[in-house]
Design a protein around this ligand. Structure first.
Ligand SMILES: O=C(O)CCC(=O)C(=O)O
Ligand SMILES: [Fe+2]
Length: 351
């Protein structure tokens, strides 16, 4: 574990070193907090990925989440399919292995997607992205899943807010800059299982991608490798560190800082049979109808901002909800075709 008040510890993995930052330094007086913010800014300017300890998430809560995830995937197929995501217009519920895509290629993972628990919007004049709002699908056979996920959600939302305040200060903005622009956050928790494969060549657990939102806090089952981060054109391993989250930023925070902070490509390589791998990414994003404005960086940071080139095939929209809807329609074509064929047709017509 890193010591409060020191610089970040570095973990060597092949060529890459990912810093380990200790969030509790924010509560250890102004000097430790300032040092944490400097390390945070440096880590996300240089690599876009780091490990985070000191989050206050207890080993007991981690163990409960881990157990609940294992129990969910061990349910009979019929119980999982009873909450299959094709029954939800809001992209919630269970996705069977092979039901999701990254860059058009099938991902070899099964998962349950859980977002803010809300009623569906019935107003016909609501924007298209309001279709993402709605109830989750919870398994009747495992009522305790909802309790542990709710606790996880509340803890990790607090960690995310703390990090965003630290980023805001470290980038020369007011401490509550992001709070003001976030509103009621759009969160997404995925509980994911990557089955083992027997193929001799590495298989796509999840294909190479940058996260499309602001911030991701990733919990990985202890001892399970497979996550790789692209650094200088090479794929390097980012194995789990006990008691730490893997944290990375997404394209929206890169965009908001004109490329000063970087969103980095990553992927998961399937485990080899008989192994499998559980992970739980938590995505933290603004309210659907909010925009994430550009941060006016101080000149010394602005001079080091790489700029952001917009990909015409994948443009970043001003409103968060438009970005979220686009990602969901692409990742889950079967849900899109069943519930949102009108949107697909309208989008095909303009592109
Ligand atoms: O499962 C993992 O370790 C990473 C998953 C991921 O990158 C994602 O779902 O965006
Ligand atoms: Fe990701």
């Amino acid at each position: 574990m890193p010591q409060a008040g020191r610089g970040p510890t570095l973990v060597a993995m092949s060529d890459l070193t990912l810093p380990i930052l200790d969030l509790s330094r924010l509560d250890e007086g102004p000097a430790a907090a300032a040092a944490f913010r400097d390390d945070l800014r440096a880590a996300t300017h240089d690599v876009g990925f780091f490990y985070l300890t000191g989050t206050g998430v207890s080993p007991e809560l981690e163990a409960r989440l881990h157990r609940a995830a294992r129990e969910f995937f061990a349910l009979p197929e019929a119980d999982k399919l009873a909450i299959e995501n094709v029954t939800s217009p809001h992209f919630r519920g269970y996705t069977r292995v092979g039901g999701e895509r990254t860059q058009g290629e099938v991902d070899w993972r099964e998962q349950i997607d859980i977002g803010p628990e809300r009623e569906a919007v019935t107003d016909p004049d609501a924007p298209d992205f309001a279709r993402l709002i709605g109830p989750n699908l919870w398994p009747d056979a495992q009522p305790e899943l909802r309790d542990v996920v709710t606790e996880w959600h509340d803890h990790l939302s607090g960690v995310a807010r703390k990090l965003l305040r630290a980023w805001a200060l470290s980038l020369g903005a007011g401490e509550t800059y992001f709070d003001e622009h976030f509103g009621e956050p759009s969160t997404l928790i995925k509980i994911v299982r990557y089955p083992g494969t027997a193929e001799p060549t590495p298989q796509q657990g999840v294909g190479a991608h940058k996260d499309s939102g602001v911030l991701t806090l990733l919990w990985v089952e202890p001892g399970k490798g497979g996550l790789q981060v692209r650094r200088d054109g090479e794929w390097v391993d980012a194995p789990p560190v006990p008691g730490a989250f893997v944290v990375n930023i997404g394209e929206l925070l890169e965009y908001a800082t004109d490329g000063y902070l970087i969103a980095t490509d990553h992927r998961v390589v399937s485990p080899r049979l008989p192994d499998d791998r559980i992970s739980v990414p938590f995505f933290f994003n603004p309210q659907l109808d909010k925009r994430l404005p550009l941060i006016e960086l101080p000149p010394e940071l602005a001079a080091e901002a790489a700029g952001v080139t917009q990909d015409p095939a994948n443009p970043i929209h001003a409103l968060y909800g438009e970005n979220a809807l686009k990602s969901r329609l692409r990742a889950h074509p079967d849900v899109a075709e069943r519930w949102h064929a009108d949107l697909l047709a309208a989008r095909a017509a303009v592109s």
